[in-house]
Ligand binder design. Structure first.
Ligand SMILES: Nc1nc(=O)c2c([nH]1)NC[C@@H]1CN(c3ccc(C(=O)N[C@@H](CCC(=O)O)C(=O)O)cc3)C=[N+]21
Length: 285
């Protein structure tokens, strides 16, 4: 069965629209999200355009700052300092990856944790790890849990979640989120021995490795829930195609539920970004 991320994101936006309305009515706050884009990668531009459109759709203020590819680190830091001090800006997102001459870690550390709607700042990852309130939680991992629950229901306790990938952006935080849902969590990665048989143990399998169509049907326990985080552009039959880390046609035959690419985790990432911005405005605005 297909787990429809587009529909799940649209459902979430309906809820968010109402929250924005009451924030405006009761506290006079309109949540604002500013996206900073360095350089002009065409894929990034599509992503930014979708974000801007959806942000406005739920009644929030959306801003974009575009900087040249050769912008200095100092100039980017100065831009962030301004946004950190702008009370109309509740969320700041600096699109990654950044050009090589800019230190990404330093940039992330400069964003005020209260405005870090990506949830990448050490303050937010620390709060997430410690289970503290007020953490801004990374968007893609939140989307993965929402989609798993959409298929399995709200109670995930006792399920074995196997995460393939250990990045700071997806693998590590999504593991913590499934642990908070009382799952048994295994983090697998490129050095894991016998990866297919490890994955076959999963009730919930999350693929976040960035390798096109790596997960095959014989990696998946019949009936398992498969969440595909991959967004890979490949050439096939002379055409440019978007595929996940899961071989969708192959795995669909055995999985109980599977998220497609496109139309799965991607739209949820954006909806959760809006959710985080509203959260930031509510708590810190
Ligand atoms: N600071 C930062 N935060 C991010 O969250 C971040 C980032 N940098 N850099 C780039 C990646 C990529 N990313 C996507 C989110 C949604 C879709 C998405 O909605 N995709 C649609 C299709 C898009 C298409 O057709 O090209 C889908 O999967 O259905 C794609 C990609 C967020 N990222």
């Amino acid at each position: 069965m297909n787990i429809d991320g587009k529909q799940a994101a649209a459902d979430l936006r309906v809820k968010l629209t109402k929250e924005v309305e009451s924030l405006k009515a009761e506290r006079g706050i309109t949540p604002g999200l500013t996206v900073v884009l360095v350089g002009d990668d065409p894929a990034s531009q599509v992503y930014v355009r979708n974000k801007v459109k959806q942000t406005r759709e739920v009644g929030m203020i959306s801003d974009e700052i575009r900087l040249d590819e050769d912008t200095t680190e100092e100039a980017l830091l100065a831009t962030l300092a301004k946004l950190n001090n702008d009370e109309n800006v509740h969320g700041i997102l600096v699109q990654l990856p950044l050009p090589k001459h800019i230190n990404e870690e330093k940039i992330i550390a400069t964003i005020k944790p209260e405005k870090d709607v990506d949830g990448f700042h050490a303050m937010n990852s620390g709060r997430l790890l410690n289970g503290e309130k007020g953490a801004l939680v990374p968007c893609t991992p939140q989307g993965c849990v929402i989609l798993a629950k959409r298929h399995l229901g709200d109670d995930l306790s006792g399920k074995h979640a196997v995460i393939i990938g250990r990045s700071n952006i997806v693998g590590k935080p999504v593991s913590i989120l499934f642990l908070q849902e009382n799952c048994t969590v295994t983090i697998a990665h490129s050095r894991t021995q016998n990866l297919p048989s490890m994955c076959r143990q999963a009730d919930i399998l999350v693929a976040a490795v960035g390798r096109p169509e790596m997960v095959k049907a014989d990696w998946v326990k019949p009936g398992a829930t498969v969440i595909d985080v991959g967004i890979n552009r490949i050439e096939r039959d002379g055409k440019n195609k978007l595929v996940g880390d899961v071989d969708f046609d192959d795995v669909s035959a055995v999985a109980g539920g599977i998220t497609p690419v496109p139309g799965g985790v991607g739209p949820m990432t954006i909806a959760c970004l809006l959710k985080n911005t509203i959260e930031a405005a509510k708590i810190y605005g």
